[in-house]
Design a binder for this molecule. Structure first.
Ligand SMILES: NC(=O)c1ccc[n+]([C@@H]2O[C@H](COP(=O)([O-])OP(=O)(O)OC[C@H]3O[C@@H](n4cnc5c(N)ncnc54)[C@H](O)[C@@H]3O)[C@@H](O)[C@H]2O)c1
Length: 200
């Protein structure tokens, strides 16, 4: 059943794929604080069910087209924020097919499910690690993605900082944590607490 806010309006639903993850669960928290109802879709391969606190949880895999179709039809979200993927550079080099299947086929299944439901608003949580080593201080979407005609790098380069100008302009996004030290320590603490919560 649709949720209503404290003055009786039906809350706008946003589907959050990968919403049980570190980044996804914080996006859900921010969505709920802004008055939206986040619906989490996650297969828990790297996420945690305890991190889903702000709306319904639908356990499912984006590789299962019928499952994501069913969830989109059930909730009819106004938009999607897509975080569900494999996200480790080292593994993507040692097992590219697995990454390709999960991230590319999963994203195509999601787009097809949205198209079938006439829903199109999607924010894709990409990664600046698709870019090669660059001299730019901040990497914008205009930076070229290098063609792979050479051996791929084996891991993250020492420094890659995404340019947030596009998100600021088009989504009115403002960073809450803008120091790298703070970002890394909050992420580290979240992952440590998730290990203790899963063991409990
Ligand atoms: N962590 C960061 O600092 C950062 C920065 C920029 C962008 N990103 C991007 O944001 C996304 C999430 O990053 P994260 O660090 O939270 O990663 P994560 O591995 O913690 O989260 C990925 C989530 O997606 C789920 N998932 C994976 N494949 C799925 C599938 N086929 N079906 C359903 N659920 C699936 C996992 O269970 C997990 O909850 C990634 O695309 C990553 O590239 C992360």
């Amino acid at each position: 059943m649709a949720r209503h806010n404290f003055i009786g309006f039906q809350m706008v639903r946003i589907l959050v794929t990968g919403g049980a993850s570190y980044v996804g669960s914080h996006a859900c928290k921010a969505l709920a604080a802004a008055g939206y109802e986040p619906v989490v879709f996650d297969n828990l391969c790297a996420g945690h069910d305890w991190a889903v606190k702000w709306g319904p949880f639908e356990k499912g895999d984006l590789l299962d087209r019928d499952r994501i179709d069913g969830v989109v039809q059930k909730y009819r979200p106004a938009g999607v924020i897509h975080f569900a993927s494999f996200a480790y550079v080292g593994e993507s080099v040692t097992d590219p097919a697995e990454y390709w299947r999960n991230n590319v086929v999963g994203a195509i299944n999601l787009c097809d499910a949205l198209a079938a439901a006439d829903a199109s608003a999607m924010v894709f949580s990409s990664s600046c690690t698709v870019y090669g080593l660059t001299t730019a201080e901040f990497i914008s979407e205009a930076e070229p993605v290098p063609a792979i005609d050479d051996a791929r790098r084996a891991g993250d380069p020492a420094r890659l900082v995404a340019d947030i100008a596009h998100a600021r302009k088009n989504l009115a996004w403002q960073p809450v944590h803008s120091s790298l030290d703070n970002i890394v320590s909050t992420a580290w603490n979240w992952h440590r607490s998730s290990v203790s919560a899963d063991r409990a």
